[in-house]
Write a protein that binds this ligand. Structure first.
Ligand code: PHE
Length: 370
């Protein structure tokens, strides 16, 4: 067992383990809700001893198909914000999307007089392809609203400061309780349209700082828009796969979708283990280069590659850019890394996939291949 995890109370271990199992058994298309009860324990039990801790209400079966109003407008997301772009978000039609974050439910739940709640669920984003990004993942949202009058005569700024400290103390306490004191973490100032001020908590994992959660004070304009004038509150959104990756030392987010017994059998007991990596199959690297124009969106390319290669695509990296000295046209070269988590790939198989990526670059994305 991983040394620094031993201090976790048994009930907590079980719960976190269950969270993990719940994530793991979901399949790409037939995704179901995460069990909220497991998640509350994952975070909720950690805040014992904090006199501000209320009872959170759980929502774990809210529909992931939401209006753009819920996902963006109700959260003050500007009309031209990147997160709204079809290159970043899966649109079902022009007013309906697959939620990009559990924050999509914040405003409605707050306006229904919930003042302390957690929302868990699957969220969807078009994104880059590497070991910590996957088009579907899970988040847990937490929101806590306070009445200003409970702070007596303090100024609003003083109250806000107290709430900010409460939020940070609470989250940091939760993360430390899960991982132990040795874990390196840092707060980074951030921007979200719906919180102010906003922060991110990053965790040091495999020689990189990994964003684990975003949070902040709920924007006053949101509270006003739902009639909560004399209130103040905090909100956070936590990435559950990333939490589990750091907790179990799982190196690649695709493993959550693996049906391989060598993976699944490691998580059958109620304890937190360090994932034992089984032999990696050899990668196969292929490059593809094309000329781009101003319409080009890298996420369209990544999405198409993922569509062709599925979980056999380990990463896609921009390997080179070149601007033609005369024509000023720009070309991109991407390095596609094919590797299965479960088996060896044959050359034929990879060549076929690469050919189909080339074909679709031409026919669907209208890219000018080099
Ligand atoms: N929704 C944000 C994200 O997905 C996280 C967040 C939640 C930030 C709540 C602030 C408050 O990145």
């Amino acid at each position: 067992m991983h040394g620094m995890l031993r201090r976790i109370p048994t009930c907590g271990e079980k719960r976190i383990k269950t969270v993990f199992t719940h994530i793991q058994i979901k399949r790409y298309h037939s995704i179901g809700p995460l069990s909220g009860i497991d998640c509350i324990y994952c975070i909720g039990y950690l805040s014992r001893g904090n006199e501000l801790t209320p009872t959170f209400t759980f929502f774990d079966n809210l529909n992931p198909i939401v209006s753009t109003h819920k996902c963006f407008d109700s959260l003050l997301t500007p009309k031209d914000h990147v997160s709204r772009r079809p290159s970043d978000t899966y649109y079902i039609n022009k007013d309906t999307v697959l939620r990009t974050h559990t924050s999509a439910h914040q405003t409605e739940l707050m306006s229904n007089h919930n003042n302390a709640f957690l929302v868990t669920g699957d969220v969807y984003r078009r994104d880059e392809i590497d070991s910590t990004h996957y088009p579907i993942f899970h988040q847990m949202e937490g929101v806590r609203i306070f009445e200003r009058k409970q702070f007596g005569n303090l100024t609003e700024d003083q109250q806000n400061k107290i709430i900010e400290e409460d939020l940070k103390k609470w989250l940091q306490g939760a993360i430390t309780a899960i991982f132990g004191q040795e874990l390196q973490m840092k707060w980074v100032d951030a921007y979200f349209p719906f919180t102010h001020p906003s922060f991110e908590l990053e965790i040091y994992f495999r020689e990189k700082w990994l964003e684990m959660l975003g949070c902040g004070l709920v924007h006053q304009d949101i509270l006003k828009s739902i009639g909560l004038r004399d209130h103040v509150g905090w909100a956070f959104g936590l990435g559950l796969e990333r939490l589990a990756m750091v907790l179990f030392q799982i190196p690649d987010i695709r493993l959550f979708w693996s049906q391989d017994e060598r993976f699944k059998s490691q998580f059958t007991r109620d304890e937190i283990i360090k994932f034992q990596e089984y032999s990696k199959y050899p990668p196969c690297i292929k490059d593809i280069s094309f000329w781009i124009d101003e319409r080009y969106q890298p996420n369209d390319f990544f999405e198409m590659v993922r569509g062709v290669g599925g979980d056999l695509i380990e990463s896609v990296q921009l390997a080179d850019r070149f601007v033609h000295p005369k024509t000023k046209r720009e070309s991109h070269c991407y390095r596609i890394n094919f590797r299965s988590m479960d088996r060896s790939l044959t050359h034929d198989e990879i060549n076929q996939l690469q050919q189909s990526i080339r074909d679709k670059s031409l026919s669907e994305l209208k890219l000018d291949l080099r």
